[in-house]
Design a protein around this ligand. Structure first.
Ligand code: PMP
Length: 356
């Protein structure tokens, strides 16, 4: 970059690394927790693009039709509202911006979804990481202690957690909610694969919000996430989202998908079955330690050897998974997304070859 411009740029940006996405062309893609099945979006209404969406007009910024369908689908009470985002990534950004008063802290267990920290850093929130126990459970005493010390404005709890794939104990999460003054956001990106949710609890606590996404259940390309929280909080957040943050085509397709919910639910159930059989196969591979999963991905550790080496060997076989090795406390760990039966079998075979 020209030096003149550099002088105007925020200095911290030069130290940020762009979110790394490897080119998946020609690869068996098992890196990003997508649904591996094609989605038949014809459903009942054929003509999403030409007839039903006026793309010459701006979208409905409030996503009224979509919000209504989501509200019905989750039986949300009238004192709660929904904010739709361009992926839940955007909602995390909106929440962090809204709570980034000088001196405020965002607290998260660690390791967890990396965007929480990246966005906190960017908007100037202090970030407090609370290490998980060795078995990836919450260190609840330390959590509560650190909450007392830092009085966080925001806490993100991925339920189940990415990248560890486990569900934290419900009682411990309730303790976190009860012991903080700040907002606790339960991020249920992988909720479809765990069967567990805190949505029925948002009535119980005034500092609880639940976030979900369409990305993991078959519609990652739409970029649609949604946050459910008490009316007055959504009202404040609505003031700072960009006016037309969710495009009309994504809104429409999501509405059609919600009218055909059983279709996507069936796929998620199938993925749970595939996960169980992939887990079983992986547990038979003695060179790796496999962690249990309540999600559509599996974290595993190379016992004697380097994850980088195995990752690269898989790449040579045109299999793309995620190398977690650089994440603190996940040395020599890899993360594989559950794919189709065929792709899972190719992965297992290639993994066994790589380990021998
Ligand atoms: N939350 C968690 C825990 C995630 O793992 C991810 C994506 N990997 C997201 C949120 C973001 O999802 P999206 O922006 O696609 O809705």
């Amino acid at each position: 970059m020209k030096n003149k411009l550099k002088n105007f740029l925020r200095e911290d940006i030069s130290n940020i690394k762009e979110y790394e996405v490897l080119d998946p062309k020609g690869m068996i893609k098992l890196d990003a927790m997508e649904n591996p099945f094609d989605v038949d979006l014809k459903f009942e209404s054929e003509s999403i693009l030409a007839n039903k969406v006026n793309i010459n007009r701006y979208p409905d910024g409030a996503c009224k039709n979509l919000t209504k369908k989501l509200r019905d689908s989750h039986n949300l009470k009238s004192n709660f509202n929904i904010l739709v985002g361009n992926g839940s990534d955007e909602l995390i950004q909106i929440l962090c911006m809204a709570f980034s008063k000088k001196g405020n802290t965002l607290l998260c267990p660690q390791p967890t979804f990396s965007m929480y920290k990246s966005i906190a850093d960017l908007v100037g929130l202090n970030f407090k990481a609370v290490p998980l126990e060795n078995d990836f459970s919450l260190n609840i005493n330390k959590m509560i202690n650190d909450i007392k010390q830092t009085d966080p404005a925001l806490i993100f709890l991925a339920y189940p957690n990415n990248p560890t794939a486990n569900l934290w104990d419900r009682n411990n999460i309730e303790k976190v909610i009860e012991n903080t003054n700040g907002l606790v956001v339960i991020d249920e990106a992988y909720g479809a694969f765990s069967g567990e949710s805190f949505l029925n609890d948002i009535d119980k606590y005034e500092n609880l919000a639940v976030m979900k996404t369409f990305s993991k259940v078959g519609l990652a390309g739409l970029r649609l996430g949604y946050l459910m929280a008490e009316n007055s909080l959504i009202e404040e957040l609505n003031k700072i989202r960009l006016p037309f943050n969710v495009n009309s085509i994504s809104q429409k397709i999501a509405e059609i998908a919600l009218d055909n919910k059983d279709y996507l639910n069936k796929q998620s159930k199938e993925i749970i079955g595939l996960r169980e059989s992939l887990l079983k196969q992986m547990l038979n591979v003695k060179e790796i330690e496999v962690y249990n999963s309540s999600t559509n991905f599996i974290l595993f550790k190379i016992k004697n050897g380097s994850a980088d080496e195995i990752f690269n060997k898989l790449l040579k076989d045109k299999i793309l998974i995620k190398n977690m090795s650089k994440t603190e406390s996940l040395k020599d760990c890899l993360r594989v997304t559950v794919g189709t039966e065929k792709d899972n079998n190719i992965f297992i075979q290639s993994l066994k070859n790589a380990l021998n």
